[in-house]
Design a protein around this ligand. Sequence first.
Ligand SMILES: C[S@@+](CC[C@H](N)C(=O)[O-])C[C@H]1O[C@@H](n2cnc3c(N)ncnc32)[C@H](O)[C@@H]1O
Length: 265
Amino acid sequence: MSDTKTATEANRQAWNLSAEHHRKSPLWAALQNDVQRPVFSCFDATMTEALNALDLRGKSVVQIGCNNGREVFSLASFGVKTALGIDQSENFIEQAQELNRIAAQKAEFLCADIYTLPHDTAKGFDLALITIGVLNWMPDLPRFFEIVADLLAPNGQLLIYETHPVLEIFDPASDDPYRPSISYFRDKPFIEEELITYDGTTPEGGVESHWFIYKMSDIITALLGNFTLTGFTEYPHCNREVDYEIYENRAAQLPLCYTLSAVKS
Ligand SMILES: C[S@@+](CC[C@H](N)C(=O)[O-])C[C@H]1O[C@@H](n2cnc3c(N)ncnc32)[C@H](O)[C@@H]1O
C-alpha cells in the first residue's frame, strides 16, 4: 500500500511533469483570454446552481486541489470576496500565478501539500470547495476531511462536485468499455506512469502516480467525522475526462457525477 508521504510526493512530481502538456492545450490559450474579462466563470450549469444556492456574496472560499486556478478565478462572479487556491504542484501554481497577473479579478494561491500545510495557512473560510478529480489523489480521506474542516470557520460549508465512484469499475480504453472490469470494492490504488491529461490521451514521459479507489460510502463515512451532510445529488452527465463521455445518454444510465454539501460540525 502507498503511505501518505510516498503517494503525495509521487503525485506532486506526476502533476508537475504533466503541466507542460496542459499548457499546450487550446483550453489554456482560451483561459488566458477569459480571465481578463471583468466577469468570468468556467463552472458548468450544475456547479453554477450549487454555488448560487449558497449565496456567496462577501464570503471567503478555499479550494483544495485548485490546479491552474481556473475555478478560483471564477468565484468572483458569485460575489466571493476572497478566494484561496491550494495545490501542491509548483508548475500548476505557477500557471495560476501567471493567470493572476492578467486576471481582472485577483485571487490568492498557496503551493502546499494539503497533508502538510504551513502553520501560517489562512483559516476561517466560509466555504471549502473540492471539484473534479481531487478526492482520488488523496491517500487518507478521513485525515483529508479533518484538515479541510480545520480551514473552515465554525459552521463553514463544504461543497464537493466530483466524478462518481461507480465510474471506477469501467475502463473506457478497454475492448468492451461498457463491461465492468474493475471491482467497486478494489482497495489498492492504481499506480501509473503516464502524463496526467484531460483529453483522453496517454502520453508517456510521466512518473508514478497514485490514484486511490473509493466507494461512495468511503467518502461519506470519511467526512462524517467532521461534517454534517446537508445535500447529496447524483447526475447522469459526465464531468471528467472526455473518454468517459461514452457513458452519457445510455438507456440504462449510470450516475456519472455528484454534488455533496455539508456543514462543519
Ligand atoms: C484534477 S486536478 C483538479 C482540477 C480542478 N478540479 C479543475 O477542474 O480545474 C487535481 C489537482 O489536485 C492536486 N493535488 C493532488 N494531491 C494533492 C495534495 N496532496 N495536496 C494539494 N494538492 C493536491 C494536483 O496537483 C492537481 O492539480
